[in-house]
Structures are given as C-alpha cells and as structure tokens.
Design a binder for this molecule. Structure first.
Ligand code: AMP
Length: 224
C-alpha cells in the first residue's frame, strides 16, 4: 500500500490545482480537501452560512480567516485525514491561515510533509479560467475546449456543467490581484521554513502530475 501524505497545493486560480489535487488524492489515497468546494456546497444547500459565504464569493473577496480556520480545523480532525493524510486545495490563503494551520497540525501531532507551488504564468491562467466549466454536483472541471461528451452533462455524475458565477473576467482579475497580495507571500513564508517545492504547472496534466509526485516522493520523510 502506498504511504499517505499531508500536502498543501498552492497556485493562482486556474493553475490546475483542482485537477491535480484529484489526481494526487487518488495516487496517495488521501482525501482532497478544497475549501472552495466546501463553500460552494454550503451555498448550494442554502444554509445561513452558505448565504453569507456567497456574498464574499460573488464579490471575489476572501472569507475571514477565523471562519476558514474553524472549517479546516474541524475537517482535519476527522478520522480519514488523521489516518492517511490529505491534500489541501485553496487553504491556506493568507499568512494568518498558514500560521493557524501550523498550530492545528502541531496539535494533531502530524506536521505537513510538503507545500507544493504549482507555477503557471498569469496570462495562461486568465485564458484557462475564462474557458473553465464546472459540474454543479461533483465539481469536476471541464473546459469550453474539451466539454463533457453529452451536451454539458457531467461525464462523472450526470450533473449540469456550467461556468462558475465568479469566473467572469472582472472577478478573475480581482481574484488574481488578491492572490498576489495575500497568498503569494505564503510562498516565501513556506520557503523560509524549508517546506516548499515549486513545480512547473505547464504542459500535459499527466506530466504535471508526474512532476508533483516526484517532488513529494523526494521529500516525504515518513509514512503516515
Ligand atoms: P476557490 O474555488 O478556491 O477559488 O474559492 C472560491 C472562493 O471561496 C474564493 O474566491 C473565496 O471567496 C472563498 N474561499 C475559498 N477558500 C478560502 C480561504 N482559504 N480563505 C478565504 N476565502 C476562501
């Protein structure tokens, strides 16, 4: 049995984090924890929390750190992650969240193995995001260049495949600015702690997955 791993995948919107996290989660047999997907589920369920989250998301704003830290802390305390690990997608997004994650993993007695930074230039991600289409039910990603086989119906679960409300060009530019201001500083933060591996995110998704696995297997110090 392949050992598990405790990973974070950083990268600007459209770098291919979602796609690569699904592949990495399958490879290491670990849950893929996407805070964006968790929030979109809450929005879909129409809970009070979901309604408040939607306001931030439609505006392209980040939710407050304490709210996000609470959600992730609860998720990382469940048995599936404590057994084999996880891959975090979309969290941490600020230095405050990274500090809180350090505290959570320390309290759980299992530090992160590695933080991966998926590098893709800004012009490439703007083009990718404007073409991105997502299944409303299972969140599988497609592109207007490679749609599902039947009439915008998800190949995976039969759900409807649509453009995300926050994937308009204006919202994308705003989210990229926010990424540069609030999330890019995490790269040097993790670098200074010798926890970061930068991986080229350009090229065929299979090749990018191979690069990520090579980076993790070269660095993972212990099995979980
Ligand atoms: P994503 O799918 O990761 O691009 O997330 C979509 C939206 O959810 C973001 O634009 C934020 O509004 C919100 N969000 C997701 N993760 C976080 C986080 N770690 N901190 C704050 N807001 C978040």
């Amino acid at each position: 049995m392949i050992p598990g791993a405790r990973l974070v995948l950083l990268g600007r919107q459209g770098a291919g984090k979602g796609t690569q996290c699904v592949r990495m989660a399958r490879h290491y047999v670990i849950p893929h924890i996407s805070t964006g997907d968790m929030l979109r589920m809450a929005v879909k369920e129409g809970t009070d929390f979901g309604k408040r989250a939607k306001e931030y998301m439609d505006d392209g704003q980040l939710l407050p750190d304490d709210v996000m830290v609470g959600i992730v802390q609860e998720r990382l305390g469940r048995e599936d992650t404590t057994n084999r690990g996880y891959i975090l997608d979309g969290f941490p997004r600020t230095v405050g969240q990274a500090e809180a994650l350090g505290g959570i993993t320390e309290a759980l007695g299992h530090p992160l193995d590695l933080v991966l930074d998926l590098e893709v230039p800004e012009e490439v991600v703007i083009d990718r995001i404007s073409k991105r289409r997502v299944c409303v039910d299972c969140q599988t990603n497609y592109s207007s260049d490679s749609p599902p086989r039947y009439d915008w119906t998800c190949d995976n679960c039969g759900g409807e495949v649509l453009q995300r409300d926050d994937d308009t060009e204006e919202a994308i530019r705003h989210r990229l600015e926010l990424y540069a201001q609030q999330t890019e500083p995490l790269i040097s933060w993790y670098q200074a702690r010798d926890m970061l591996a930068a991986v080229d995110g350009l090229g065929h998704p299979d090749e990018v997955t191979r690069r990520l696995i090579r980076a993790v297997d070269g660095r993972t110090r212990h099995a979980v």
